[in-house]
Design a protein around this ligand. Structure first.
Ligand code: AMP
Length: 361
């Protein structure tokens, strides 16, 4: 079985590593010849919208998936008629557009922040009138790691947001006073079977995920899973889906979807019976899902912009290191490490791992 993947970054790399023992090979298509999945997969170097390269990919693969939501929808449409594409282009179209996501949450009765679509400055003014401040202006598509977002707390920020708008399709969102951020990593198989990992609790810095902890037994898990199941079933989804939530005094407020394996689920490599990468491949390949049960507690720290000394990371009991073999660049995710074991021990060692990661900022 060969799975074609649009995108050859670290998510594709970890999918490829998970596929090897299952006998699932990966062909990845990426515009960069340096794509970090290259060394562990067959790499096709091409823009995503080159029909000839997409045809090559289709000829080599038995099914298609993607590792990020910004692949041109037309690329998936091109492949769809030829071989199975999971998640479907329709699911991708919803999950890559913040407005469609918000409408989906509303339709399924899942609480989300008040919002308004805005394109012109007058629409922004009217939306601010209705939603109030503080608020956040976000681009509808192509935003990631906090990019394409403008907070609006005062008149100066409002002027900056008006200027940033520049005819772009955006969404104005009410500021959510959250206590913490969690995500649900969910997976649905081709036959409709669903499975859910324990919630992940996430800390961001400058819009980039810094730390994710597994939260087996979190009391909000049932509500998150109920919402996740409604979304999976409504979209007839196949593969891994991440749902990000804010935790507020009133409960969960859905923020956004990621139609793919997700950084906040990297701890599943050691902290769950079956990792999110393996389960994504099982789902898209039409195989039975593996258990998502937790194996102890886990915490994952991202290494951004630089990597710590591997010997110091691996000297921490229960630590596992994953490097992506990418050239260092400020703000670039270059690897992560997971601590894994009893909850107390993980929490005791976590400050040391965070300190090692600190040097990488
Ligand atoms: P996003 O790209 O929507 O995941 O946003 C990146 C980060 O910005 C989130 O993880 C939050 O920390 C913060 N954020 C996004 N939307 C809101 C909101 N409506 N209220 C408060 N914080 C937000």
């Amino acid at each position: 079985m060969i799975c074609g993947v649009l995108g050859g970054g670290q998510l594709a790399r970890m999918l490829a590593l998970a596929g090897h023992p299952l006998g699932i090979g990966l062909v990845v298509l990426d515009p960069s010849p340096e794509a970090c999945a290259g060394p562990v997969a067959t790499l096709v170097t091409s823009p995503y919208d080159d029909p000839a390269a997409l045809d090559d990919l289709a000829a080599m693969a038995d099914c298609i998936t993607f590792e990020f939501e910004n692949v041109p929808p037309l690329a998936l449409e091109h492949l769809k008629g030829r071989l199975p594409v999971y998640p479907s282009p329709e699911a991708l179209a919803v999950a890559r557009d913040r407005l469609r996501e918000k409408r989906l949450f509303e339709r399924l009765g899942i609480p989300t922040a008040a919002y308004a679509p805005v394109t012109r400055p007058e629409e922004l003014d009217a939306a601010l009138e209705r939603i109030g401040r503080p608020a956040l202006l976000k681009t509808r598509t192509l935003g990631y790691d906090g990019k394409g977002q403008w907070p609006i707390r005062d008149a100066g920020e409002r002027a900056a947001a008006r200027a940033a708008l520049d005819g772009r399709h955006c969404l104005l969102e009410a500021w959510v006073p959250f206590e913490r951020e969690v995500s649900l990593i969910a997976v649905r198989a081709r036959d409709g079977a669903c499975a859910f990992y324990p919630l992940s609790e996430n800390l961001h810095r400058q819009g980039i995920l810094r730390l994710a902890r597994s939260r087996p037994g979190d009391p909000l898990s049932a509500a998150a899973r109920a919402a996740g199941r409604r979304i999976l079933e409504h979209l007839d989804y196949v593969g891994v889906l991440a749902v990000e939530f804010f935790v507020t005094a009133d409960g969960l407020v859905a923020n956004e979807l990621a139609p793919r394996v997700h950084n906040s689920g990297h701890w599943t490599l050691e902290g769950a019976e079956t990792s999110q990468f393996e389960n994504h491949l099982r789902a898209v390949a039409g195989l039975p899902l593996g258990s998502t049960a937790p194996v102890g507690h886990a915490a994952m720290v991202n290494f951004i912009g630089g990597l710590p000394d591997p010997a110091r990371v691996l000297a921490l009991p229960g630590a596992h290191l994953h490097t992506y073999m990418k050239a260092p660049r400020p703000g670039r995710k270059l690897g992560h490490a997971t601590l894994h074991g009893e909850a107390d021990e993980v929490e005791r060692l976590l400050p040391q791992l965070l300190a090692l990661g600190e040097g990488s900022f």
